[in-house]
Design a protein around this ligand. Sequence first.
Ligand SMILES: Cc1cc2nc3c(=O)[nH]c(=O)nc-3n(C[C@H](O)[C@H](O)[C@H](O)COP(=O)(O)OP(=O)(O)OC[C@H]3O[C@@H](n4cnc5c(N)ncnc54)[C@H](O)[C@@H]3O)c2cc1C
Length: 371
Amino acid sequence: MSANVNTGEFPSPNAIGQGVKNQFKEWAAETFAHGGYPASEMGVLANAGLLSCMLPGEPLDLTAPGRGKLLELLRTIGEGNLSVGRIYEGHVNAIQLIALYGTEAQRQRYFTDARRGHVFGVWNTEMADGVRFHPAPTGLRVSGSKSFCSGSIHVTRPIITGQLAPGGNTAGGWQMAVVPLDKHQPPVDRTFWTTTGMKNSVSHKIDFTDIHLAADDLLGQPNDYNRQPHLSGGAVRFAAVQLGGAEAILHATRTYLRQMERTADPHQRMRLGQMVIGVESGKLWLRRAGEMLDSQPDADAIVNMANQVRTAITGYCKECLELSDQSVGARGMLPPQPLARLHADLRVYLRQPAPDATLGAVGQYFLDGAS
Ligand SMILES: Cc1cc2nc3c(=O)[nH]c(=O)nc-3n(C[C@H](O)[C@H](O)[C@H](O)COP(=O)(O)OP(=O)(O)OC[C@H]3O[C@@H](n4cnc5c(N)ncnc54)[C@H](O)[C@@H]3O)c2cc1C
């Protein structure tokens, strides 16, 4: 970060995020066209100090109040490029898990790695050939694969999860481990990620079979990963990134209508009005989420809030997609307009775990509640 020459102060991560977003928007067409890892964008995030701004003692310290600002930053980066937002959200999630469950030595080690530009991620999703950790003479041997590994092998410090068998002094369970991926070349199935949108998130399938880990590569205790409110509560972060995608569509729709001189039409005004209300409503939800995370109510209340936030924001995003579609028509989807790629990315990124169960849980919480 470089100091402001007039005030001598360093710009806040949120101010840096605004500049970064504009740069990402300029590069977006080219990045989407190459369809690979967004290396330039991730390099900008590293150079701007945004891979470390959430570490303890830093401006967006994840262990201190001020979560609203972090959600705002995630939204801003998502507006610039949704795939970058996805990879960045994984990095933030991993840092949070290390802050929560790492030993003092692990925190020191991994936070230093983050300051040096290592990208972290969290790869929990898997198919039938999922990850197992097997005791070995020196540490553990891994078998199996993870799917949807956002950032792919460019994430040099992914947290992977897998089944640890009982034995020795462990009861076993769903275990986290940090894999030093810069020291391994696992087989990567790139064909897994043949998608219409979010190509740049390079969410490949990776086979970890026969990678050996040291005992202190394991993070936390078995089943820590599933502990609430952190598991479900983290959904507010991906919702923030998604809302950034909707905001990008809102702005691109307005630009197109201005170019076509179609802004005086009452139908267009109403559609844009509805889109503005959706995006602003999403921002209110995120502000509320930030306040609740700072005030730390009980775990169930945080989970219930996060379930509402992600469901509501998914709804606003879907509404923006539909209204933008109607507003710009087929011609508005043709390059060099950005709308086709913005729509493709958001449609794919809206697919997140267990949407039905999440909304059902909101209803159940209310049905079971006293007030
Ligand atoms: C761009 C992108 C990047 C991603 N990156 C990562 C990553 O870095 N790390 C990671 O761990 N994961 C990642 N994921 C995976 C993501 O977290 C979800 O796990 C995944 O998108 C869910 O898959 P699905 O949409 O196929 O859902 P499904 O779970 O198959 O859901 C589809 C539908 O079925 C319903 N459903 C679910 N279970 C049942 C059931 N038992 N019976 C009946 N209906 C059911 C759901 O409510 C939903 O309506 C990523 C996903 C995307 C799209």
